[in-house]
Design a protein around this ligand. Structure first.
Ligand SMILES: Cc1ncc(COP(=O)(O)O)c(C=O)c1O
Length: 469
């Protein structure tokens, strides 16, 4: 009784005092926040005491699951020893140096990327992409190519929400009202076969068309003006889009031909999510900059890392005495507590073979979700790689007709899912629910989560029928 009164008070307080990210201001005023109180493994408990299977691992980030004593201990010890150390002026914390060495090794040994030998730190995926955006300018200014700084991204991509990262993001909803994107960011076609293939087009033909679109854009703008291409190996927030066959090999060749850097945004795909350590290795990419965050610390601490290639670093090094200091960085770049937690997190991933586990669990969950939704008229496609899975809704499965513009069937399903104690995410671009649980989710939890989701989908049926138009 006392607790629920306290929760009611907090709800009222939150309603009065907070502005939430990517949330409806009006809904908060109407209903107040949904409060959560604790989490363990893959189970999240809300303030009413209801348990939910967290099929999102937060925002695709709690890779090793909630409440890991090893990570808590590593953070506590770091706080006791050296609660803060900045990295300006070439100062350093020991664990941050250790982490850098470990990341360089992981990329060399597990992603075929021995050319990524420098690490720069921040605190979020967005700031890692801002760092990439600025590095492209810096590198090309140093090379005497000041015109070569436009960055090409893709429609449907998500790269974060600082000003440059919002611009790189290819989803209009994040641009409008903020007068973005910035003028030096361009967007090319979204390589999502299920939704954007033309009638009768094979996957190979679709893939070739996507690369042609990119090539046409480069040629239209002039390759001498294009500094970089940014891509998530598997597109996440847009709707879980896997690259069509041959896509990245052809893109990479095109970028090489025009001296354009590849930025791999591995904020979601890094640290095992795809059943590979990194998307870079999974798709044989040769990026010059890799953005990492989320799974780096399993979100026990806000931390990002940018892996930087020898080709880019060598230019910075060669021109350093002439140019002066690299004038970029943040108060919390390379935070010692985040570094200690990241090291403990990587230990857990290695010790428990969570990368292989993600691959096996991912196949199991994909199969289970396909089976559970096979007879549902509104589920058009269930796809995924590792523990990154998406379910796309359509008004008519037989013809793949989308739901009418302005409806949100996936949000309707998510609401029912919450009531049934399972949390998939409702994404902002296409009507897709994503499933990206902690990598150590058990078979029993997957079975239970899929069963709850199937019940939620059934309960959502009448609401979805109303949306059909
Ligand atoms: C691929 C990708 N890049 C960047 C970001 C931004 O990360 P953050 O929210 O930590 O700024 C996200 C967040 O979901 C992401 O999915």
């Amino acid at each position: 009784m006392k607790d629920s009164l306290a929760n009611a008070d907090l709800g009222a307080m939150g309603r009065k005092t907070m502005l939430h990210p990517v949330s409806s201001v009006a809904d908060l005023a109407r209903t107040g926040p949904t409060l959560y109180t604790r989490a363990k493994g893959t189970i999240l408990e809300d303030a009413a005491g209801q348990e939910h299977i967290d099929m999102g691992a937060g925002l695709w980030c709690v890779n090793v699951g909630y409440g890991r004593p090893e990570l808590v201990e590593a953070g506590a010890e770091a706080l006791r020893n050296l609660s803060y150390q900045h990295h300006f002026g070439n100062s350093a914390a020991k664990d941050t140096v250790r982490l850098s060495e470990r990341l360089v090794q992981l990329f060399a040994e597990n992603a075929g990327a021995g050319h990524l030998n420098r690490v720069f730190y921040g605190t979020s995926g967005s700031d890692a992409n801002d760092t990439a955006y600025k590095l492209v300018r810096y590198y090309n200014n140093l090379r005497g190519k000041p015109a070569k700084k436009k960055i090409i991204s893709r429609i449907g991509s998500y790269h974060g929400l600082t000003a440059a990262a919002t611009s790189l993001t290819g989803i209009d909803a994040y641009h409008k009202m903020f007068d973005l994107p910035l003028p030096d960011v361009l967007h090319t076609s979204c390589p999502h076969f299920y939704r954007y293939a033309e009638n009768g087009e094979s996957e190979a033909q679709f893939s070739a068309r996507m690369v042609r679109d990119l090539e046409n854009l480069i040629e239209r703008e002039g390759p001498e003006t294009i500094g970089a291409f940014i891509a998530e190996p598997v597109m996440g927030t847009g709707g879980v889009f896997l690259p069509p066959p041959g896509y990245f090999a052809k893109v990479q060749a095109l970028l090489d031909k025009h001296d354009i850097l590849l930025i791999a945004d591995e904020v979601i795909t890094g640290f095992g999510r795809l059943g590979h350590w990194f998307g870079t290795g999974a798709f044989d990419l040769k990026p010059d900059i890799v953005s990492l965050a989320k799974g780096l610390t399993s979100a026990y601490f806000p931390m990002s890392a940018s892996m930087i290639s020898d080709r880019v670093y060598d230019v910075l090094a060669a021109k350093s005495d002439e140019t002066g200091a690299f004038m970029h960085g943040f108060t919390y770049s390379g935070h010692p507590v985040g570094s200690a937690i990241a090291l403990a997190n990587i230990d857990v991933i290695e010790r428990e073979n969570l990368v292989e586990q993600a691959s096996e669990a991912g196949s199991y969950l994909l199969r289970a979700l396909r089976q559970a939704t096979a007879d549902t008229p509104f589920v058009g496609d269930v796809r995924g790689m590792g523990l990154m899975i998406g379910i796309e809704y359509v008004a008519d499965k037989a013809t793949n007709t989308p739901f009418p513009e302005g409806t949100a069937p996936h949000k309707v399903v998510s609401k029912h899912a919450f009531d049934h104690g399972v949390l998939p995410r409702a994404l902002p671009f296409l009507p897709v629910n994503s499933f990206s649980p902690p990598l150590n989710i058990s078979r029993e939890e997957m079975d239970e989560g899929v069963a709850r989701f199937a019940h939620a989908l059934e309960a959502a049926g009448p609401d979805l029928e109303k949306l059909q138009g």
